[in-house]
Design a protein around this ligand. Sequence first.
Ligand code: URA
Length: 458
Amino acid sequence: MTGAYLTESAEKRSDNGVYFMRMYDIIMKKRNGGELSDEEIRFFIEGYTKGEIPDYQVSSLMMAIFFQKMTARETLVLTQAMADSGDKLDLSAIKGIKVDKHSTGGVGDKTSLALVPIVAACGVPVAKMSGRGLGHTGGTIDKLESFDGFSTGISNETFINNVNSIGIAIMGQTADLAPADKKLYALRDVTATVDNMSLIASSIMSKKLAAGADAIVLDVKTGSGAFMKNEEDAFSLAKEMVTIGEDAGRRMCAVISNMDQPLGCAVGNAIEVREAIDTLNGKGPEDFTELVYELGSRMLLLGGKAADVSKGREMVKNAIESGAALNKLAEFVKAQGGDERAVYEPERLKLADYRSEILSPSSGYIHSIDCDEIGICSLMLGGGRETKESVIDLSVGLLLEKKVGDKVNKGDRIAVIYSSDEEKTEAVRERFLKAYHISEEFCEKQTLIKGVINGRDN
Ligand code: URA
């Protein structure tokens, strides 16, 4: 067993008088409501990462944490221990304040595709490492691969050079960032210990801290298509992550945004890239455009380019209206081997040939949309990954033409399905219609921004 000097209850004196630590005592301490010391937290994270502490002991500790919770100090130490468990990106060769953005994820969330070129056009360098992941659609990298030739398989040197020369680079996740979190998250997933606020916050923030940015803007989603279904939980998670980031020396801000219906109108991959391009042309859907303004202005504020949020919004507006953000996207796509002509001619981003309209079955107002169900429709079309091995069809997706609060007449078109297969289309249509709830009673449109948690100095 790994030994370590300690002054708390998990310490044990061996026969030869040396203090050592036992996982058993750590589990018992937490089970009984105690507060773990920094050394105890680092001990179990290091031991677990190296394979010296078995899954059954760590799952038992996770369950004890689930019930007994963690203090802010414990949560911070856990986050830092996980961030320290593997590689860390060194962005010191990049000039300026590096600002990262993280979304807790949702249906139709193509925000980075529009946001990154906007903030880069305004002078904030963006050096992002992105993954692919499982989900209703691909991740940012998959979506970017809708541009012919685009690659995130660039060297570290090209990555840094591109950020310094054009202001943006996105790299596939090659480095072993926060491996402790990877192991722990997989274990929590199968032991019913995911939904503890401290564990979620430390899991997300450990990866963000390892990714090396100086400032981080979080987009915490809430609603039926989000990880945090309830608004109160989303605010608690946002506060916890902002506190962790600040205590770890980063500038932080969190925006809590609505995910009770898909974001924007497009759900898929190439179709979402097209919508991001429309937005950079000033023609994006209202809700998506608003989110881009909100997050963009806060990234510019944290990046030291805007004096306040309203100046930040003005800068976002100018970057869109002047075409600078669109040109920046083209520069970025080209620098990573992609066909930048598609930025100016988005019809080059191929959509599936088989198209089918979904018509409203009744008249009235759209009252709610089961957001997760729309995500599943995209997955059924082949737009997302069910397993790590799944191959995504970038050309399939859905375009929603009516959203919550919209009035419809029976027979109006509410969406279009882009599919490669007629049989799948019919199954999707059935599922889609069950997810839309229409009633005669008037219904308001939904508010997108639910609130903002600012850090200490913004
Ligand atoms: N996402 C993460 O990265 N970690 C969690 O624990 C939950 C969601």
